[in-house]
Every structure is written in C-alpha cells, then in structure tokens.
Design a protein around this ligand. Structure first.
Ligand SMILES: [Zn+2]
Length: 161
C-alpha cells in the first residue's frame, strides 16, 4: 500500500540540523505513527512521504519554507516570568515553552533573563533551518474512521488523547 492522505504510516526518523543530530525515534525504539493529510507533520516531510511503501528508506532535505518558516527580525519580546514554567532555570540560548494568553503554547528561545522578565525570540528555534530527515517506513495502512475523525493516528496500544 502506498502512503497518502488518510493513510496511517509508522516510521522511524532521525532529524539532522546544521550537521548535528537533533532527535531520533530510534532513541526510544518507538516508531512515530502519523495520519497523513491532517497536518500532523511539517509540510515538507508530509510531501516526501507521499507514495512511499513499507520497507522504504530515504533521506529528504526540507527547506525552511516547508518546515518552520524563515527567521524574522524584530521578534524579541519581554515577557513576565510568571508566564514560564520553571522561570528560574532559564538561560540564554535555551528553547522553552511559553503559555499564550489566548491559550495554547509556543516554543521560544531565551535571549536574556532579568529579575522579573525574560526576553525571548518568538521565532521557532528551527526557523530558517533546513531539516534533514533520514526516514524508514515501517508500515502503511488505511486510517480508520475514528482516526480520520480525530485527525491523528492511533498507535497500537492506544492513543494518548
Ligand atoms: Zn484519537
């Protein structure tokens, strides 16, 4: 079966950025389960998985525009420490999660830590970077009605809802 919209794919991947390994599903031995065509992956990786079949291995370089976007200047913001979890552990250069007023979270990069505020760069840490994925496809199957309704894959052993 070929991968495509509404198919569920399980894969192992290693992500390399600027010549350094950033993360790999092989570290935890659990493959990643994804329902394709529902925005679970960055667009460039989703595109690269189209038409793939179980057993295929490939490498793809995803440009910033199809990953986390280009870096934008003037994205520094001063934020009260109360908006951070574990604000006292923050250091310049660290990526951290910021709770947004309108709900949800955003990954930001710490620039400067003050007494009561933290300066952060709102660009995603991977903005402006080309992402290199080494991918092995384990399995491709039809998405179930429930999965398509939920917009995500249900791995064996149950989904983390
Ligand atoms: Zn679900």
């Amino acid at each position: 079966m070929k991968a495509g919209k509404d198919k569920v794919i399980s894969l192992h991947y290693t992500l390399t950025v600027d010549g350094e390994k950033v993360e790999s599903s092989l570290d935890g031995n659990e493959p990643l389960w994804v329902l394709l065509g529902h925005g679970q992956l960055i667009p460039g990786l989703e595109k690269a998985l189209e038409e793939r079949e179980a057993g295929e291995s490939f490498q793809v370089e995803v440009p910033p525009a199809e990953a986390y976007g280009e870096r934008q200047e003037g994205q520094t913001q001063r934020v009260p420490k109360k908006y951070f979890q574990q604000a006292n552990k923050l250091k310049p250069g660290m990526a951290t999660t910021l709770a947004l007023k309108q709900g949800g979270h955003r990954v930001v990069v710490v620039q400067k830590v003050g007494m009561t505020t933290v300066d952060v760069d709102l660009n995603h840490p991977m903005a402006g970077k080309a992402l290199i994925f080494d991918v092995t496809v384990n399995e491709v199957r039809e998405g179930t009605e429930e999965e398509i309704q939920h917009g995500h894959a249900h791995p064996p052993g149950g989904a983390a809802h």
